[in-house]
Design a protein around this ligand. Sequence first.
Ligand SMILES: NC(=O)c1ccc[n+]([C@@H]2O[C@H](COP(=O)([O-])OP(=O)(O)OC[C@H]3O[C@@H](n4cnc5c(N)ncnc54)[C@H](OP(=O)(O)O)[C@@H]3O)[C@@H](O)[C@H]2O)c1
Length: 321
Amino acid sequence: MKKVILGNTGELISELCLGTMYFGTKVSPSESHALLDHFNQAGGNFIDTANCYAFWRDKGVGDESENVIGQWLKTKKRDSLVIATKCGGRPINYFGDLDTVQLEGLSYDTIIESVENSLIRLDTDYIDILYAHIDFMDYPIEERLIAFTKLKEQGKIRFAGISNTESWRVEQSQNLSKIHDYITYSCVQQKFSYLRPKRSADLWVQKLLNDEMIHYAEDDNYITLLAYSTLLSGLFSRPGEELPEDYHTTDNMQRMALLKSLAEAKGCTLNQLVLSWIMHQKAKVIPIIAGSKVEQIEESMGAAGVKLNEHEIMLMNKAGE
Ligand SMILES: NC(=O)c1ccc[n+]([C@@H]2O[C@H](COP(=O)([O-])OP(=O)(O)OC[C@H]3O[C@@H](n4cnc5c(N)ncnc54)[C@H](OP(=O)(O)O)[C@@H]3O)[C@@H](O)[C@H]2O)c1
């Protein structure tokens, strides 16, 4: 797997990142370790988790994914890996309904404490990338920058990122960092796939990677973008199925039809074509790939070998417009 540079840091990360949201809950620890091994043996060094994965699963509390990675890390050379985790999205009150869950948020004390707990679960001295999981509007940007900067000074984190945000918020934050010499964001993580949800779709706290953010990252060239939920939970592996309500639009039906014909012509799978298209955006976008079986990860890793020419990119961009 090829390596690319994270933002303007000089740090080399694999062009695909492994998502571990269901490790230790839906995916057993031993299966999770097999997936991590497989990804790593193929040259993948970039792993994504959070301090809350996956609290909403049956018997989940939010420690599971970090714990599973921590056990796996014991057998690995720590500095050969880039481990990203997130803070802010852990529940302080959860009664089985995401609409009423209260999340920990991004106060200074919460961030510091959450990193201490992540370090214990991950069984490591440092986190490579710490994301603010959600760009909560009701916590001042500066407060989290001060906490992140302190953690960097203490050697507990190396780089910072933000997820579920808007480009103007990122710019505001970067400017504050420049003025006060705080840590800057090196990456932004957003929801992104080839099909687009309806405007009316309820995305909860999730924010889409939009054209504006892509242009922002392209122009500034110091932020790496990460795309999550790229395969829409396996939707592209069931091409005959009706699209789910939130994606049931004429545009998306046209996009699905193009995916099927182009994938067939190129001799790749729909999943691979979607991931490849994500990797062919104007700014650097790293898909977070996920699965519960080695074959799924294997298929997704194959996307890196699917090259798109300008005509194919244009066709894919224009479909459904
Ligand atoms: N920042 C955020 O707010 C945020 C939010 C969500 C996710 N994330 C990150 O992004 C990662 C991926 O998220 P996601 O799970 O929503 O991603 P996704 O790409 O939408 O779904 C991945 C799921 O698709 C199915 N799949 C994958 N390859 C397949 C194949 N070849 N054939 C059939 N099914 C296949 C698997 O489902 P089965 O396991 O059921 O087979 C797999 O678990 C997470 O692990 C997490 O690290 C971040």
